[in-house]
Design a protein around this ligand. Structure first.
Ligand SMILES: N[C@@H](CCC(=O)N[C@@H](CS)C(=O)NCC(=O)O)C(=O)O
Length: 218
């Protein structure tokens, strides 16, 4: 059965699915949609995903959207190299980290990166600064976690790493933009500010196939 993944360059949600496939070493057909051409709003695509968002997965006749749902499906359908753990304790710990990532890390990062990447940074300076303070606290938690173990939920890469990683990359990209320089948000250089997190980023970047997941327009 061929797995088909519909994704968009730079989407942190779609990036999760691509990373899941590479970590699980599952072959897939890449269907890269171009946001500027509104390919994610075409009637053909809306028939697969009525929300017109990426990612969407097709596995034969089965279609699924929402990044976490796709990750859970792939792990259940293709259990080798599990990303949601092998024991109840591992599964619980991974889900705790996934939930913390979604609840506390990704959203404030999006409030920092949105205006820096898509415009409006000078008008939204105080909002960016407020969100950046929250992000800094969360990065400190992540730094402590990967100082203790190589991966966020222990000794093996898991859904926890995959859920959070694209947002960290998005943050690093936004923090390096010209519009971010006057704000001096304090995230860069990552290797100096958060050395364990920087080493964790490098570990993920070393995953075979990582380059296939990297946003082509970056
Ligand atoms: N909750 C969804 C979020 C998906 C999402 O928001 N994707 C964005 C790209 S980052 C998108 O396709 N946006 C296009 C649009 O809303 O028109 C998931 O986890 O998959």
């Amino acid at each position: 059965m061929t797995l088909e993944v519909y994704w968009g360059s730079g989407s942190p949600f779609a990036w999760r699915v691509l990373l899941t496939l590479e970590v699980k070493q599952l072959p897939y057909q890449s269907k890269l949609l171009t946001f500027s051409k509104q390919e994610h709003k075409s009637p053909e695509y809306l028939a697969l995903n009525p929300r017109g968002k990426v990612p969407t997965l097709k596995d034969g006749d089965f279609t699924l959207y929402e990044s976490l749902a796709i990750m859970a499906y792939l792990d259940r359908a293709y259990p080798e190299r599990p990303i949601f753990g092998r024991t109840p304790q591992e599964t619980g710990t991974i889900w705790q980290k996934v939930s913390e990532g979604i609840s506390y890390v990704c959203e404030p990062i999006s409030r920092v990166t949105g205006p820096l990447l898509f415009g409006g940074a000078s008008e939204k300076e105080s909002e960016i600064r407020a969100a950046a303070t929250t992000v800094a606290k969360e990065l400190a938690h992540l730094e402590a976690a990967v100082a203790k173990s190589p991966w966020l939920a222990g000794a093996a890469i898991s859904a926890a790493d995959i859920v959070v990683f694209p947002w960290i990359q998005l943050l690093l990209r936004a923090a390096g933009k010209e519009a971010a320089k006057p704000l001096n948000l304090g995230f860069l250089p990552l290797a100096t500010r958060y050395p364990h997190l920087a080493a964790w980023v490098k570990r993920i970047e070393a995953i075979p196939g990582y380059e296939r997941t990297y946003p082509p327009h970056w």
